[in-house]
Write a protein that binds this ligand. Structure first.
Ligand SMILES: CC(C)(COP(=O)(O)OP(=O)(O)OC[C@H]1O[C@@H](n2cnc3c(N)ncnc32)[C@H](O)[C@@H]1OP(=O)(O)O)[C@@H](O)C(=O)NCCC(=O)NCCS
Length: 195
């Protein structure tokens, strides 16, 4: 299966009622797509889309949720601020850069490790650098589950950590030292695709 064999559609109540239950192998994400995504959309907090298989339109192959976000450099340590600013001309540096948040993303576990997740990511990247995108959007940000599979996936797709290491992330997010870090903030600079 490749994305070429799929159709993008809003994951709205019509799609939810029509399609078979979606399973990406992650309970929280499955619950979100099945039970919460429509409320998020109604509240204008995140829009969820899915790719369905052309040969079986009830089959959801992948789903993702996107929302507006930003990277605020005032909330970053100096070295990380430089990393974010690196490709931005001096005169255009700002305290806060426009970004899109991938709030949720999952690939049907039937098709995992087949390159579909990376195809979905390429699709999202292309969407937000497209001339018809209505707003400026410099970065893609994610708060990825602090687990090997998603972290490897985002790294493979060109994302880097917003903070140097877990301790720095805890310190800046005011998370106590002993608390487990459930997720890691990562970003991708879309400018590399415009050059
Ligand atoms: C993470 C996820 C989206 C990856 O989708 P996918 O279609 O399997 O991704 P790809 O086939 O494009 O794999 C790209 C890279 O991701 C990493 N990856 C994917 N599955 C992995 C696994 N089971 N273990 C370790 N790394 C994995 C690898 O680096 C892989 O590259 P490689 O195969 O060349 O080594 C999918 O596994 C998923 O939906 N997981 C559950 C939900 C989730 O964790 N979402 C992201 C958190 S917000």
């Amino acid at each position: 299966m490749t994305l070429e064999e799929c159709t993008l559609r809003p994951y709205n109540s019509e799609a939810l009622n029509f399609c078979s239950p979606f399973d990406c192998g992650h309970k929280d994400l499955n619950d979100f797509f099945a039970n919460d995504s429509i409320d998020y959309s109604n509240q204008l907090l995140g829009k969820t889309y899915c790719f369905t298989a052309n040969e079986d339109p009830k089959l959801v192959v992948a789903a993702f949720t996107v929302a507006n976000d930003s990277i605020k450099t005032t909330h970053l340590p100096n070295a990380r601020k430089q990393k974010v600013n690196k490709l931005i001309p001096n005169v255009k540096r700002m305290r806060s850069y426009p970004a899109v948040l991938i709030g949720r993303l999952g690939v049907n576990s039937e098709f995992s490790r087949n390159g579909l997740g990376s195809e979905v990511m390429d699709f999202i990247k292309a969407w937000f650098i497209h001339d018809q995108n209505k707003t400026g959007c410099r970065y893609i940000v994610v708060d990825a589950y602090n687990e090997k599979r998603p972290l490897d996936y985002y790294i493979k797709n060109g994302f880097i950590y917003l903070f140097n290491d877990e301790n720095q992330e805890r310190e800046f997010l005011l998370i106590p030292d002993e608390a487990p870090l459930k997720s890691r903030l990562m970003f991708f600079d879309l400018i590399v695709l415009r050059n």
